[in-house]
Design a protein around this ligand. Structure first.
Ligand code: NAD
Length: 445
């Protein structure tokens, strides 16, 4: 099949590479010429395990093409995916300016029938909006060319995106048109061999499914974080409670790891966008609002523990913190809405010096937060420790799970660790001579 994918970020490029891998011809369009240049040279501008090899192979074999010209992409495709960003506005609502811009350009440039597929995460009603924009542009041109707009939300996770795309739990196809459904199902058939995985539904239900899924996952995270905060106060251990509740198959173990709250480019904005959509329709989404509120507090919980610890010593000003992990989670270089960034901002603004290290997000972090006063981003996991007053672990990268504790102790000015991901056992930390503070567990002092 000939497919055009507009927007080559985490979702667009992964989709493009995976569709190409199945033998389809893909035209990737991005407005950013630097991105297109990088991709044409066989390199990838984002970090996603396995992606560069897949892109390189499919580019060399001629199935992946990159351009800044949407007209070229459209001429070569019967299906057009919109995979541009849908950031959050200041008021929490979803900003559709990139989606609108692509829709308008499609309307201006299409010369043959198209199935336009919205894969970006967009509020309910956006497919109708896209349909209206394309129809408006065609009308201006005095053209009448058939097109349909389908919703096909994406559920991949950064860090494991190829696996998620290649072996999805489900593929949601939102359309009332049988021919469009058949085309999109055919495109996805190699990834969803068992037919139950291809779920066709109404457009609005498909749009809503994406938000409902992300809000459910965010709810699980805020729920366990709230339980962790209560555990700390009543002398219970959230790690034990987690196992205790997860063993109930109605609850399950996934997504109930306590920590520093959720971040990234999806959960925070999608939770806020659903609250906003509900409000627009006159409904107060109280539960989802609380999920957001709990998360906002949780993102600062580690900073609060650090501030409380240093309070008797005159506060954090002038102290130095070594910080491991800037990305919002392991296996990605994405630092959008990362808890580490909040922790860094909260502490450096009080005069604490923070020396941060991330295995892959350092470059992105230097670009986006490198200007923060009192922050130094360093390239060695152990160099950040030298003479620091404490270590804070904020991202759950594997290489932080079993570090050289003797070396950490020797390097720090005092053996003090704040663990925002519960990577270590309190007992072991105590035996190794550390003061140790984690989430929802009794501190070792
Ligand atoms: P991204 O910011 O990584 O990539 C978006 C790309 O679109 C950029 O390269 C940008 O240059 C390009 N772009 C913007 N306007 C354009 C235009 N007019 N024409 C062509 N290209 C244009 O975004 P992302 O993380 O891939 O997210 C895309 C969408 O998918 C969002 O709606 C997001 O919520 C959703 N989503 C993201 C994830 C994820 O894990 N990142 C998962 C599921 C869904």
């Amino acid at each position: 099949m000939n497919v055009c994918i507009v927007g080559t970020g985490y979702v667009g490029l992964v989709s493009a590479a995976c569709f190409a891998e199945m033998g389809n011809n893909i035209y990737c369009v991005d407005v950013n010429p630097k991105v297109v240049e990088t991709l044409e040279s066989g390199k990838v501008h984002i970090y996603e395990p396995g992606l560069e090899d897949l892109v390189k192979r499919n580019t060399e074999q001629g199935r992946l093409n990159f351009t800044t010209d949407l007209g070229e992409g459209l001429d070569n495709a019967e299906v057009v995916f919109i995979t541009v960003g849908t950031p959050q506005r200041e008021d929490g609502s979803c900003d559709l300016k990139y989606v609108d811009a692509v829709a308008a350009e499609i309307g201006r440039k299409m010369t043959s029938p198209k199935i336009v597929v919205d894969k970006s995460t967009v509020p309910v009603g956006t497919a109708d909006r896209v349909r209206g924009i394309i129809a408006g542009e065609l009308e201006k041109r005095g053209e009448s060319i058939y097109f349909d707009v389908v919703s096909n939300p994406e559920f991949l996770k950064e860090g494991d995106a190829l696996n998620d795309f290649m072996k999805p739990d489900r593929v949601i196809v939102g359309t009332g048109d049988e021919n469009s459904a058949t085309t999109i199902k055919t495109l996805y058939a190699p990834f969803a061999r068992s037919r139950e995985k291809l779920i066709v539904m109404g457009v609005r239900s498909a749009e809503m499914t994406k938000y409902a899924a992300n809000c459910m996952l965010a709810t699980k995270i805020s729920f366990i974080n709230e339980v962790a905060n209560i555990c700390e106060r009543v002398g219970a251990d959230v790690s034990e409670v987690r196992v205790g509740i997860g063993s109930d198959s109605r609850i399950g173990y996934s997504f109930i790891y306590p920590g520093v709250g959720y971040g990234g480019s999806c959960f925070p904005k999608d939770v806020k966008a659903l609250i906003d959509t509900a409000a627009e329709y006159g409904y107060d989404a109280r539960l989802i609002r609380s999920v957001d509120e709990v998360n906002n507090t949780q993102k600062l919980v580690l900073a609060e523990k650090i501030k409380a610890y240093f309070e008797p010593q005159g506060g954090v000003a002038g102290k130095t913190l070594a910080l491991w992990g800037i990305a919002f989670k392991a296996n990605t270089d994405d630092i959008r809405e990362a808890s580490a960034v909040q922790v860094i901002k909260a502490l450096t603004s009080l005069g604490m010096k923070v020396r941060a290290f991330d295995p892959v997000a350092n470059t992105r972090a230097r670009e986006e937060i490198g200007h923060i006063e009192n922050l130094e981003i360093m390239d060695s996991q152990y160099d950040v420790l030298d003479g620091a007053d404490a270590l804070a672990v904020v991202t759950d990268w594997n290489q932080f799970r079993n570090p050289d504790f003797e070396r950490i102790k020797r390097a720090l000015a005092a053996p003090l660790v704040f663990d925002g991901r519960n990577l270590y056992l309190p007992e072991r930390m105590g035996k190794a001579g550390f003061a140790y503070f984690s989430i929802g567990r009794t501190p070792v002092e």
